[in-house]
Write a protein that binds this ligand. Structure first.
Ligand SMILES: [Zn+2]
Length: 330
């Protein structure tokens, strides 16, 4: 096995150290040039982190797709926003965003969306009103035109009283964005693909169970997602007889054992599962029981805390493929 370079000394070691130092100095010079350039563009104001991220950071955070796949018509981006959900559906150059992570990840999220080529959102979906799903939504609304917002049915649970939530609804109203309460059976076009509401939450005290259950369908891909819906939500969608078979499944509730029942997974039979969760999160997500269930149904599992951002796309031959930021983790 090749040496990792530790403990090298003498001429070779000093040469490597000098090279590294020069590399760092060169990077700093490039950064300084970018800051100065953006300052001029901004009319004398220093650039925001979002602008710098857009220039440098996000290109590294974005999984590299093979050249022939860069223009793939269908891409599902599971954006690494730490402990939370933000999933961008890209179809034929049209975009829908399901949830928007916590507020502290909003700058990264907006920069990622720009880097992914988003200039407007056909649809912005709120699965349920917890902050790890809506914290970044205000920033998204401020950054991009949004054609429509899809909301869960707030008559089924006590109305959330958080300021993040109330300010978000105020922003939607102020910007005069059409907002619709989801109903089971509703369909929305995203390019040539279709997002269908399979479940519109249940009567509950538990806001997780307000979560919308959706299926996105495009040639070569069916993607099932249920926000943070727990066992009663999964039971309800199975009882409804909706077609839940899918190639791709977003682990519900960040891979919690309160969701992801064997009955559901055996019916969905996904080939790939993506878990959106933060590194060393305090909830212990994903839970062992859920990981076991994903293994039992034979799905490949990709975790954003290990893989970074995950992009699932359909290649030229019509096959589902996966690209991740940290290739060693996949
Ligand atoms: Zn959540």
């Amino acid at each position: 096995m090749a040496s990792c370079g530790k403990g090298r000394s003498g001429q070779k070691g000093r040469g490597a150290a000098l090279k590294k130092l020069m590399g760092t100095a060169a990077s700093l010079l490039v950064l300084l040039a970018a800051v100065l350039g953006l300052t001029v563009t901004n009319g004398g104001k220093l650039p925001t982190w979002e602008q710098l991220y857009a220039l440098f950071g996000v290109s590294e955070l974005m999984p590299q797709l093979p050249e022939q796949a860069q223009n793939a018509a269908t891409k599902i981006h599971f954006i690494d926003v730490g402990q939370g959900d933000a999933v961008l559906i890209e179809q034929d150059g049209c975009f829908a965003l399901i949830d928007a992570g916590e507020r502290d990840a909003a700058e990264t999220l907006v920069a990622y969306l720009r880097a992914a080529g988003v200039d407007r959102l056909t649809l912005l979906v709120m699965t349920h009103p917890h902050t790890d799903h809506i914290g970044g939504m205000r920033a998204v609304l401020d950054a991009f035109p949004v054609d429509a917002v899809l909301l869960p049915d707030f008559t089924k649970a006590p109305m959330p009283a958080t300021s993040t939530f109330t300010k978000l609804l105020e922003a939607v109203a102020e910007k005069r964005i059409p907002a619709e309460t989801a109903c089971t059976g509703d369909t929305f076009a995203v390019g040539s693909g279709t997002l269908t509401v399979l479940g519109d939450g249940i009567e509950t005290e538990n806001l997780n169970d307000l979560s919308l259950v959706t299926m996105f369908e495009a040639p070569g891909l069916r993607y099932f997602s249920s926000g943070d819906g727990e066992k009663p939500v999964e039971r309800a969608v199975l009882d409804s007889g909706a077609g839940v078979r899918a190639d791709l499944y977003k682990a519900a509730h960040h891979g919690s054992s309160t969701s992801n029942t064997r009955e559901l997974l055996e019916t969905v039979r996904p080939r790939a599962v993506v878990i959106s969760c933060g590194k060393d999160n305090s909830y212990g997500h994903p839970h062992r029981e859920a990981m076991e269930t994903f293994g039992e149904v034979g799905a490949s599992v990709f975790r954003t805390d290990e893989c970074g951002t995950v992009i699932v796309y359909v290649d030229d031959a019509g096959a589902m493929q996966v690209a991740v930021t940290n290739k060693e983790a996949a």
